[in-house]
Design a protein around this ligand. Structure first.
Ligand code: GDP
Ligand code: MG
Length: 164
């Protein structure tokens, strides 16, 4: 079967925007038993003759930092259990925050490859400098993207498929 790529990250970093940019129209929603795990959204993606299934693990948008952290832990667990490659997405405008570090620590402990995307780099000239602090996550090279502007996505996918 196809490799599975899961997208993990804090609320509002742009997970769904990235997912939609890559997914086109082929989206399906899989509902879980209530209380077990959150609904996941799946899409089939083809990049350079490589097919994979992409999962957006983001559920409802929580409004307290405790719940955000709990949801991120759940996402990380789902991703580590089911994915072949994990895209961990952060936000250059908010910079590196504690919740990013906590999830990175969880992801590092899995044996799964993690590809680090730093989103909202809408202007590579002025904002790319901001990606370097994300090396502190200890999960490798940060890749600048703009999910909304559809920039950097091809380079990101090249790295993702290199792990299949
Ligand atoms: P999610 O909660 O991680 O799924 O984030 P969303 O995909 O819902 O995006 C959250 C907000 O960030 C929305 O207002 C998006 O329009 C915005 N956003 C997403 N990607 C980009 C980007 O590349 N640049 C900018 N400036 N905003 C973005
Ligand atoms: Mg979302």
């Amino acid at each position: 079967s196809k490799p599975i790529v899961a997208i993990v990250g804090r609320p509002n970093v742009g997970k769904s925007t990235l997912f939609n940019a890559l997914a086109g129209e082929r989206i399906s929603i899989v509902k879980d038993t209530p209380g077990v795990t959150r609904d996941r959204i799946y899409a089939d993606v083809t990049w350079l003759n490589h097919e994979f299934t992409m999962i957006d693990t983001g559920g409802i948008e929580p409004d307290s930092s405790d719940i955000i952290l709990k949801q991120m832990r759940e996402q990380a667990v789902i991703a580590m259990e089911t994915a072949d490659v994990i895209i961990f997405i952060t936000d250059v405008r908010q910079g590196l925050v504690d919740a990013d570090l906590q999830v990175a620590t969880m992801l590092r402990k899995s044996k799964k490859p993690v590809v680090l995307a730093v989103n909202k780099v809408d202007d590579f000239k002025t904002q790319e400098i901001g990606i370097y602090e994300f090396y502190n996550l200890g999960i490798g090279e940060p890749h600048a993207i703009s999910a909304e502007g559809k920039m950097g996505l091809g380079d990101l996918l090249d790295v993702v498929i290199s792990h299949f």
